[in-house]
Design a protein around this ligand. Structure first.
Ligand code: HEC
Length: 224
């Protein structure tokens, strides 16, 4: 499965999350180790939850924890933005403006080029997943966080708090990728270490955009 192109994986997951009986196969496969839970993004998780199948709940919670369901008010915002986007005369919205919003809000973590240093997954090719996919990720970054994207917090002897992705656990030093860049911390400097299930992706990313700018950003995202 990991070798499939991202769009095929997504198509398979759409089908597997469409019915309780398929969903059970998917969850069994994840628990059996044939699938990685981090291939399931927030959109699919929302579909699994929307099946509203009580017998699936224990598995959903074992795999993603209890915090994985999306708050109703967030679902409402997503629904209304999806609707506004669907009704907007898109020709009247400037793609280049959308790109600028992306550069400002997203690009520091989501490079568009193949970039090992990117803090978040590459979004190129994700445009076809649709507005809903992006809105779910933006509105609720903590719904599903891939294991490789779980954030680590280090506190050093001299009281510094560092947050980022743990890239390397060497014998003498650890390397943490932070928003400012790679930081190498000698082991004897590390006072404590904690891995969080919170995403590095901030909440409230759309808050600074007005209605027009939100549509411009979404227009750019679905063009990726
Ligand atoms: C500070 C870093 C950061 C910023 C800024 C950021 N993201 Fe993210 N993003 C991440 C990380 C890390 C992940 C992977 C873990 C997760 O899903 O939370 C992620 C995940 C995602 C995903 C889900 C990818 C998947 O695996 O399905 C989407 C979509 C996304 N981001 C879109 C955006 C958009 C759009 C913006 C700007 C409006 C943005 N992000 C801003 C760090 C960031």
């Amino acid at each position: 499965m990991p070798a499939w192109p991202v769009n095929d994986q997504q198509a398979a997951l759409e089908i597997l999350s469409a019915r309780s009986s398929y969903a059970r196969m998917l969850l069994d496969a994840i628990e059996g180790g044939q699938w990685q839970s981090d291939q399931v993004n927030a959109h699919i998780l929302r579909r699994l939850q929307a099946l509203n199948e009580i017998s699936l709940q224990p598995q959903l919670e074992r795999i993603w924890g209890t915090g994985s369901s999306m708050a109703p008010e967030k679902l409402e915002v997503i629904g209304s933005l999806e609707k506004r986007f669907a009704q907007a005369p898109l020709w009247a919205y400037d793609l280049e403006e959308g790109r600028k919003h992306f550069q400002l809000l997203c690009q520091s973590c989501h490079g568009l080029e193949d970039d090992n240093l990117a803090l978040g997954p590459r979004l190129s090719g994700s445009g076809s997943l649709g507005v809903g996919y992006f809105l779910e990720a933006i509105m609720d970054p903590n719904a599903v966080v891939g294991r490789q994207y779980q954030m680590t917090q280090l506190v050093t002897q001299d009281g510094k708090h560092l947050t980022g992705l743990l890239k390397e656990k060497g014998e003498t030093a650890w390397v943490l990728q932070t928003i400012e860049g790679m930081v190498k911390v000698p082991l004897d400097q590390i006072l404590s270490q904690e891995t969080s299930s919170q995403s590095l992706m901030p909440v409230g990313l759309l808050d600074g955009l007005d209605d027009r700018e939100k549509i411009e950003l979404l227009k750019f995202l679905v063009s990726l």
